[in-house]
Design a binder for this molecule. Structure first.
Ligand SMILES: [Zn+2]
Length: 274
């Protein structure tokens, strides 16, 4: 290699590869990972009523401002590309219902088990592939109802110590779906909502997680149930929850593993007397 090319090669290392590596391992001031230089795959499709492309375009535009390297796919076949999946830091999926093949599912699960993060919202992550229980085991919740359809409701921030929710206060969200879900009781819940008596009165007072973080083997999993319509993210606190959660999930390969396993039931306490 001539000295000239060696110099160019070194300059490339210094100004591109090395900073990317440094940024990948560091967190920003708010304690959440940088997206700069991270490899992100956005996968969208499924039921069109959720405007998966519109959602993807909006999040993609933001990811680019953060310096992420984004690949967008409207096919689940990308999950079967072992090389691409193993190099990916984060998957953002918006795919409501639909079907996933065995090979596609295995590709996705394997990548997350090995440390690729996965993040998303509403039906795009919490109501995908209804027949696939291992997928639901990974996500930590499955949509079952949205009583009353599009309504107004309140989000309660339940954990103010976490970098994802730090500084956020309870907020209202309008004209959108309040998700009732079947939930893994061991995830770290970040926000909840409480059901009223107007629709399906028997669930009055039911407190339901709206957002949580968890692990699936080495991979970070972030979920937010807001997002029936991309306009839901015009509410600044909803957008903050989503984007901070995405950033957190991008860090599994670089940051130390957090304790996200926070069981809500205790084996040491018993209600009632013998
Ligand atoms: Zn919906």
């Amino acid at each position: 290699m001539s000295p000239y090319f060696r110099l160019i090669f070194l300059a490339f290392l210094m100004f591109y590869l090395i900073p990317t590596k440094i940024f990948a391992q560091k967190t920003e001031k708010d304690g959440l990972p940088y997206l700069y230089g991270k490899k992100v795959i956005m996968v969208y499709g499924g039921w069109d009523g959720h405007h998966p492309k519109m959602f993807t375009d909006r999040v993609n535009a933001w990811l680019k401002t953060k310096g992420a390297e984004v690949t967008v796919s409207n096919s689940l076949d990308i999950y079967t590309n072992e090389k691409t999946m193993s190099e990916t830091d984060l998957i953002i999926q918006y795919w409501t219902m639909g079907e996933i093949t065995k090979e596609q599912e295995q590709g996705l699960l394997k990548a997350v088990k090995n440390g690729t993060g996965i993040a998303g919202c509403h039906g795009g992550l919490g109501d995908s592939f209804r027949k696939n229980t291992e997928y639901q085991y990974m996500i930590g919740g499955q949509w079952v109802a949205h009583p009353g359809g599009k309504i107004n409701y309140k989000i309660d921030i339940s954990n103010i110590d976490d970098p994802i929710t730090k500084g956020l206060v309870d907020f209202d969200i309008k004209d959108t779906e309040q998700y009732y879900m079947h939930i893994d009781p061991n995830s770290k819940v970040l926000a909840t909502t409480t059901f009223g008596n107007k629709h399906n009165g028997w669930i009055e007072g039911a407190v339901m997680p709206v957002s949580w973080k968890k692990h699936y083997a080495k991979g970070r999993v972030f979920y937010l149930s807001i997002g029936h319509d991309p306009k839901d993210f015009d509410t600044p606190s909803a957008w903050k929850l989503l984007t901070r959660g995405i950033r957190w999930a991008s860090g599994s390969k670089y940051q130390p593993k957090e304790k996200t396993h926070t069981p809500i039931y205790s084996s040491q306490t018993r209600v009632g007397k013998n």
